[in-house]
Design a protein around this ligand. Structure first.
Ligand code: HEC
Ligand code: HEC
Ligand code: HEC
Length: 472
């Protein structure tokens, strides 16, 4: 439908403008541009934030909680009254790469314009063509933010922008960079905005590093968002992806599962809405780029599998460890006594980097609430893990979380308490950072405003709309 109407409109314009040139060719070019823009919208995951739960695609209205109140994503369909239908290319570029609205006021950096600032002019143009001509207009009014005066004033945001948001500048790789790695860097640091979750934030919520030149903070592991922790994507063998191969990264981003891990929480949204649609070439480029990043010192050492846990569990010997008993009764049928999981259905817990992040919030969260491994075009089964908030007591959940964080060779602080679980379960409060003795990424997220500047009080997409876009 859309395409037909568009073709008719373009036909009328091109007949007038391009008398003498091949009409069919001109149409093809415009359509190609729109198609390319649609792909770029996938790369930037615009749909995840700009669509409310059960809402119309790109019509906005998704609530994002911040410590000062709730803001809502906006309608970016081409509706002339309620959307961005009257935006010129320049105005669109200002919003997406500079964080400035058509009326001149600044956007909240919940919109990842600091990363998008690197987009090339060609990609911006294609993205604009898609939003103007490839997206269905929806006449839905924007919701005003629920922030009370004076915090609702937007002018401090322009100071924030001038201090922390890079000025728009098309990405150019360092001379001599391998072309595939350069493409990966463009996708990770720019459109993919991976650092929005995987890089720690500073006192003003700015990402502490926007690229590898920023040092170990870059992708060094983020704070808590929606009670999920985005772990380090640097090449540490324990706390990062040091033991992942390029193929592991490729299949994780394409299908949500590998032999060592299954995607969950906020990352399930990223795979479900965005990376599963990337071309194989782009996924290879991202994987290659991430593997090329230097590890972050100090390393937590290497991981060695410890067989004594499985032996003890097989023998029914819980040696006074209440978490081991809960594990055998509730978890082992899927994750197995040896912590090795089952194929690409039930992820292993032994040597799994997300199980040993300094902050235990993600691990406790999935045990409390359960999770669904999202179906992807590549792996279509949805596999579920049950939530245990009614089946187990807070103490039992704390015990089993501590058990899996310290078994099979996993080395993480085992200090989750029943009180932590109760707060997570009832008030949705994250667990405070554990392991002060560990000077890696997490300590870097502590800021002037309290323990987790991007943690307590911040949520992206509280009504998480995990899933595959049915329109695809
Ligand atoms: C992580 C969430 C997130 C992602 C991803 C995201 N946006 Fe946004 N965007 C927002 C929020 C929130 C706002 C509103 C901010 C405000 O009110 O200050 C916004 C505002 C905008 C605006 C300004 C609209 C206006 O009223 O002027 C445009 C245009 C826009 N986004 C386009 C995009 C495009 C295109 C993409 C994908 C390339 C994208 N956004 C990806 C969260 C996001
Ligand atoms: C909205 C926040 C968010 C964004 C944006 C995001 N991630 Fe994640 N990511 C997470 C969370 C939370 C986890 C932990 C859960 C899991 O392992 O699935 C994670 C886990 C991962 C893992 C597994 C790491 C491990 O040790 O198990 C990889 C690899 C990854 N992300 C890559 C990426 C890449 C590449 C991008 C950018 C294209 C990206 N992420 C963008 C939140 C995010
Ligand atoms: C019915 C099978 C099943 C049972 C029982 C089960 N899990 Fe899971 N578990 C899964 C599946 C499937 C996933 C992936 C979920 C997702 O992607 O959201 C998972 C994911 C996890 C993860 C995140 C690891 C990752 O890489 O995705 C942890 C931690 C975990 N389970 C711990 C436990 C604990 C502790 C118990 C017992 C209290 C338990 N599980 C019981 C099936 C199960």
């Amino acid at each position: 439908m859309m395409m037909k109407r568009l073709k008719a409109a373009l036909g009328a314009v091109t007949v007038g403008l391009l008398a003498g040139t091949s009409l069919a060719h001109a149409q093809g070019t415009e359509e190609d541009l729109i198609k390319r823009g649609e792909y770029i919208a996938r790369l930037g995951d615009c749909v995840a934030c700009h669509t409310a739960l059960n809402g119309q695609k790109f019509a906005g209205g998704l609530s994002i909680k911040t410590p000062i109140g709730t803001i809502y994503s906006t309608n970016i369909t081409p509706d002339p009254t309620y959307g961005i239908g009257t935006y010129t290319l320049q105005e669109f570029d200002d919003a997406v790469r500079r964080g400035v609205r058509k009326d001149g006021s600044s956007l909240y950096p919940a919109m990842p314009y600091p990363a998008f600032s690197r987009m090339t002019p060609e990609d911006t143009k294609a993205l604009y063509a898609y939003f103007m001509h490839g997206v269905k207009p929806v006449a839905e009014k924007n919701r005003a933010e629920d922030i009370t005066w004076p915090l609702s004033m937007r002018w401090p945001l322009s100071i924030w922008r001038s201090l922390f948001a890079p000025a728009p500048k098309a990405f150019t790789p360092a001379p001599g960079t391998d072309a595939e790695i350069a493409r990966g860097e463009y996708l990770v640091t720019g459109l993919g905005h991976c650092g929005a979750c995987h890089t720690p934030r500073g006192f003003a919520m700015q990402e502490k590093a926007m690229d590898a030149a920023g040092g170990p903070d870059f992708l060094g592991g983020g704070g808590v968002i929606d009670n999920w922790v985005a772990p380090s994507l640097r090449n540490d063998p324990v706390a990062g992806i040091g033991r992942w191969s390029e193929d592991d990264l490729f299949y994780f981003l394409k299908s949500g599962r590998t032999d060592h891990s299954a995607v969950f929480g906020a990352m399930a949204d990223v795979v479900g809405w965005s990376t599963q649609y990337f071309t194989d070439d782009d996924l290879r480029a991202i994987s290659k780029y991430l593997k090329a990043l230097p590890p972050v010192p100090p390393s937590r050492g290497d991981y060695t599998y410890d067989a004594s846990t499985a032996q003890a569990l097989d023998a029914g010997n819980f040696s006074g460890n209440p978490g081991a008993k809960v594990y055998v009764e509730q978890c082992a049928m899927c994750h197995r006594n040896d912590g090795g999981g089952v194929g690409r259905m039930f992820p292993p817990l032994a040597g799994n980097s997300v199980v040993v992040t300094d902050n235990a919030t993600s691990v406790a969260h999935i045990v409390v609430e359960g999770g669904i491994l999202p179906p992807t075009n590549w792996a279509q089964s949805a596999v579920a893990m049950p939530g245990y908030k009614t089946a187990l007591s807070d103490q039992q959940i704390a015990d089993v979380v501590n058990f899996i964080r310290t078994s099979w060779g996993n080395k993480a602080p085992a200090n989750v308490t029943a009180a932590d679980i109760q707060k997570l379960r009832l008030d949705h409060n994250p667990i405070p950072v554990a392991g002060w003795n560990n000077p890696t990424a997490q300590t870097a997220t502590w800021g002037l405003f309290g323990p987790q500047p991007y943690g307590a009080g911040w949520t992206f997409a509280p009504q998480t709309h995990t899933g595959v876009d049915s329109e695809q």
